[in-house]
Design a protein around this ligand. Structure first.
Ligand code: IMP
Length: 204
């Protein structure tokens, strides 16, 4: 069965195809499926927002499994901000160099053990059933780290330059894409979703 992943982001699609190949030969982005809708993400959790997106697309795309994700950075010292507002933090158009420095500044009085943070990714699925109904699933993957004292690295995107990964003793922006995908929030959530979809397939 066709899988539509609700994103316009090409890098995400590469990761999604790599992890979900084996479940379906036909994995397309929303754009490739010819779907263009504005969805209001007004949920209060990553899971709710991912499900809002998946359901909105599933209404349009009837005979496909629809997957959607929602992700962000939680910084413990500042009450898990920016959280679900990660892309909107300080304004959508504010460069990440500015957002990242602002987070470092807000942690200036934090002790080392108070610098904990995590990337979170929720993935929601709407799976059409033979009787015309649909099943919903949602999973969460997390990637634990610390907020660095200064930005470092050229890879990745968003908050990667300030996300220090103790296991690698560098930021996620200094890791190779393969290293990051292996332990990332999105990689973990995708692998969990793959298991769920494989079980559904076995019941087919
Ligand atoms: P979205 O789920 O694509 O809307 O991502 C939300 C926001 O979370 C992104 O715009 C980034 O600011 C942040 N984010 C999510 N995952 C990552 C990551 O792997 N690295 C850096 N920033 C991330």
């Amino acid at each position: 069965m066709k899988i539509i992943f609700a994103t316009g982001n090409k890098n995400k699609m590469v990761e999604v195809r790599a992890i979900l190949s084996g479940i379906s030969e036909d994995i397309v982005s929303m754009k490739e499926a010819g779907i263009d809708v504005d969805i209001v993400e007004d949920g209060t959790t990553f899971e709710e927002n991912a499900m809002i997106k998946a359901k909105a697309i599933a209404k349009i795309a009837k005979d496909a499994i629809v997957l959607a994700d929602d992700s962000g950075l939680e910084v413990d010292y500042i009450n898990k901000e920016p959280g679900i507002y990660s892309s909107r933090y300080m304004g959508e158009d504010t460069p990440y160099s500015v957002k990242n420095q602002a987070i470092i500044d807000r942690l200036k009085d934090a002790k080392e053990q108070q610098r904990t943070a995590r990337f979170v990714c929720a993935i929601a699925a709407v799976v059409p059933q033979k009787d015309g109904s649909s099943k919903e699933h949602v999973v969460r993957g997390t990637f634990e780290g610390l907020i660095a004292h200064e930005p470092a690295g050229e890879n990745g995107f968003g908050y990667d330059p300030i996300f220090y990964v103790p296991e690698y003793q560098c930021t996620s922006s200094e890791m190779t894409p393969e290293q990051k995908n292996n332990m990332s929030h999105r990689g973990k959530a995708l692998r969990m979703m793959k298991e769920i979809l494989e079980k559904e397939k076995a019941l087919d």
